[in-house]
Each structure stands twice: as C-alpha cells, then as structure tokens.
Design a binder for this molecule. Structure first.
Ligand code: ATP
Ligand code: MG
Length: 421
C-alpha cells in the first residue's frame, strides 16, 4: 500500500528541530511572565461569522484563505486564520473586560489556504499579544517593546521596525476619499488585484507587492498628510516613547491595515534575512474591534509573530541551542540484567535524572554505539554478574574518567557528585 502523505502546506515538526521551537516558546513565556501578560487559549475552530466580522470580508484572509466547512450540524465553521478575533470573542464572552484592562498572549497553529513556500504554510504558528483596555500611547510602546525585546533576546539579527499611524476612523475616511479619487485617475496603470481593491479595500492597494504599482504609488496622496492634529500628536508620543527606549524605527506611510476598526499605530518588524516573506511580526492598534464584535467600546493594541519565519531566522544565524542528551544511558544484556535495568531506570528518573534505556537486547557493542549517539555523558552497564550483585558499571562516555563498579544504590549519589544530576 502507498504510504499516506501530509496535506500540502501542513508541515511536520520533527524531533531534531523541536528543541529550537521549545526554546523560543520558553523564552516568550518568560518575557510574558516578566511583563504580567497572561496566557489565554481559545478553540482552533470558531463560527465563520467571527472572522467575517472580526477580520473583514474584503481581506485576502476572509475572501480566499479560510478553511471553512459545514459541521455535522450544518453550522459554518472555520479553522482560525489568526488569533485576535478569538481572543476578543473570549474576552467579551467571559466578561474579562469588566474586570479591568487585560494583558493577554496566545500561541498555536493558524490555518490559511495559501500557496506554500519558504516561510509560508497552510498550517503555521503564531505567538501573539493583545493588550485590551489600553488607550494611552505608552501601551503602543509597551506592546512594540515586548515584541522587539523578545526577538532581540532570542538573538534575531538584522531586524527593522517600520511604523505608521492610520489616525482615527474619521481621518481615514477623509483620506480614503482622496485615495480612491487618485486610484480611479490612475486605474489603467494599476495591477489587476489593485484595480479590484479600489472600492472594496483601497488602503490595501498601498501595500501591494506589485513593483509597478509600488512605483506608481510614490505619487499617491500621503496618509500622513491626512492625519488630524490630535492624531499627529498621539503618533508623536508613540515615536518619542520608542526613542526613549532606544528602539530604532523607520516611518513607512504605506504600512496599512485596511479595516475600519484599526486606528493610529500600525507596525511591522521585518528582517532582511528572510527574502520575500520578510515580515516576522505585525501589529497595531484596533480600538474599534471589540465594539465590532459586540463588546463594550474598548481601546486595544496587539501583534502577532510568525513562528516559522522566526525559527528560520534563528537557524540561519546559527543561534539555535545545541540538543541536549540524557544524563545517563542504561545498557543491559541477559534476562536478569534487563529486568534490573528496567527497575533501575525508573528509580533514577524518579530521583531526577534524565535516563534513556536501551531496549534492543542487542550485543553490548551495538548498545554502546547507541549510547554514544544519544549524547549522554554516562552509561550504566548491567550484565549477568552485575545483576547478581545489584551492581552497575558506570562508564564515562567521553572517556575522561576510568570506569567504576558501584552498588545500584550508590549510583544517584555518584552521578550527582560528578555533576550529572
Ligand atoms: P503576509 O503579508 O506575509 O501574508 P500577513 O499580513 O498575512 O503576512 P499577519 O496576518 O499580520 O500576516 O500575521 C502575522 C505574522 O504571521 C506574519 O508577519 C508572518 O510572520 C506570519 N504568517 C502569516 N501568514 C503566514 C503563513 N501562511 N505561513 C507562515 N507564517 C505566516
Ligand atoms: Mg497573508
């Protein structure tokens, strides 16, 4: 029978790479703990309407990337393509917003039906932060600093922060009018996707990946010029805050999020080492979203980073932590020895040692080869004579110390003296 394959764009994460993922996750968890950001876990599956309302019908994500199906109860369900809508839904559903501002983070798989390529998958993983109930410009700075410091602490290099302000919904409405008029006048020179967006989602034209469109847009009305004095001042305070923290940034007036509930700060963290899929982390302020999803008007700011792209960066720059083997590898041969080895392994684990037990029943030589490959520093060897005396031979797999025969009962102490436990 032909062996089955995973679905296209659905990627297995094998043990040899998992160490780096766990390192990233543990570092993120620690950063969030230090910053008082609490974890929230929401279902992978939600009613489709949540994303239609929470991300917007006019976006690529909702328009053509969602995994949507009818469940057995004929309800339209969607595998979550991002985390924010679910987190906001959960916060509303459980009344979290009535308990004061919430600093939340989430991590896990997201699903988008896209064309798979390096750094782009159909199941991918994000870590994200949502600060709900925070309006002050300092919260934008805090959110950005959380992402920046996490990436810097992980050792990601060649990072750049791009920043923009979308102003208030009124600012944007005014700008939208100017932009649509300009796009109409230049329609014939736009790529087909952008032409289609003129009336559905004109701001998204600004971040078209099409080079000719990009060149043409140099002459388009500038969002920055459309900001009200209040929005300008708010943006100034965010920039000042970043400067105070020594976080470098550049302004990019074409960095937009096309939806009405976004306001003020929008940002992206990119790396020149990623090629086409350069954005590691994206986020911004979304003061209108909680209201849009039926909750109380709530200011909010957040971001999401892509784990696959982050891990690619870390692998490229060689900042991946080395794999760690067990403390001890247990080698045994002969029926009595194998029984003792099984019991000893369990005892040693209960005493806090990481122990790998060879279950092959193969010749000692083969077991020793595997012991070497395991990365363990020590091997405990049990043969017939050791089994008869409840003894083990402790062997230094690096060959730095002579092998010794010990009573089983002495083993934990001996290993801890030698720095293994
Ligand atoms: P892109 O422009 O690369 O498609 P996006 O604007 O769709 O990104 P967001 O929705 O802002 O991305 O998601 C935040 C981050 O999640 C991205 O910056 C990226 O690192 C990661 N990401 C998004 N889509 C994918 C994907 N299909 N595969 C892997 N990572 C992804
Ligand atoms: Mg995308």
């Amino acid at each position: 029978m032909e062996p089955l394959q995973s679905l296209r764009g659905m990627v297995d994460l094998l043990p040899e790479r998992i160490g780096l993922w766990q390192h990233v996750e543990a570092t993120a968890r620690e950063h969030f703990r230090m910053a008082g950001v609490n974890e929230i876990r929401t279902p992978l599956l939600e009613v489709t309407e949540l994303f239609a309302r929470g991300i917007g019908e006019a976006t690529d994500v909702v328009g053509k990337e969602m995994y949507t199906f009818l469940d057995r109860g004929e309800r339209s369900c969607t595998l979550r393509p991002e985390g924010t809508a679910s987190v906001v839904r959960a916060a509303i559903q459980h009344g979290l917003l009535g308990q004061g501002p919430q600093r939340l983070w989430y991590g896990g798989p997201m699903f988008r039906y896209e064309r798979p390529q390096a750094g782009r998958q159909r199941q991918f993983h994000q870590i994200g932060v949502e600060l709900l109930g925070f309006a002050d410009p300092r919260s934008d700075v805090e959110a950005i600093a959380l992402a920046w410091d996490l990436l810097a602490d992980l050792g990601v290099q060649a990072l750049a922060l791009e920043l923009n302000s979308l102003g208030t919904p009124e600012d944007r409405l005014r700008y939208r009018g100017e932009l649509v008029a300009w796009l109409e006048a230049h329609r014939d020179w736009l790529d087909v996707d952008s032409q289609q967006r003129i009336h559905t989602n004109p701001l998204r034209v600004l971040d078209s990946k099409h080079p000719d469109t990009q060149a043409l847009l140099a002459g388009a009305p500038n969002l920055h010029d459309a900001l009200s004095p209040g929005s300008h001042e708010r943006f100034q305070r965010v920039r000042q805050g970043l400067e105070d923290l020594g976080i470098p940034f550049s302004l990019n007036p074409r960095l937009v999020r096309g939806l009405d509930y976004y306001s003020h700060t929008a940002f992206e963290i990119t790396s020149t080492q990623l090629g086409a899929q350069a954005t590691v982390c994206g986020g911004g302020r979304y003061d209108g979203l909680v209201g849009q999803l039926g909750g109380p008007a709530t200011a909010a700011v957040g971001w999401a980073l892509g784990m696959e792209r982050l891990v690619l960066l870390l692998e490229q720059s060689g900042s991946a932590p080395a794999a760690v083997g067990p403390d001890l590898y247990v080698v045994s041969r002969g029926e009595a020895a194998e029984r003792r080895a099984l019991a000893l392994t369990r005892q040693l684990r209960q005493a806090g040692l990481a122990v790998e037990l060879d279950l092959s029943g193969a010749a000692f030589g083969k077991q020793f080869k595997r012991a070497d490959r395991s990365g363990a520093r020590w091997a405990a060897v049990i043969g017939d004579s050791e089994a008869a005396e409840a003894a083990v031979v402790l062997k230094d797999l690096r060959g730095e110390t002579a092998e010794r025969r010990l009573a089983e009962a002495e083993l934990v102490e001996a290993l801890s003296r030698m720095g293994a436990a």
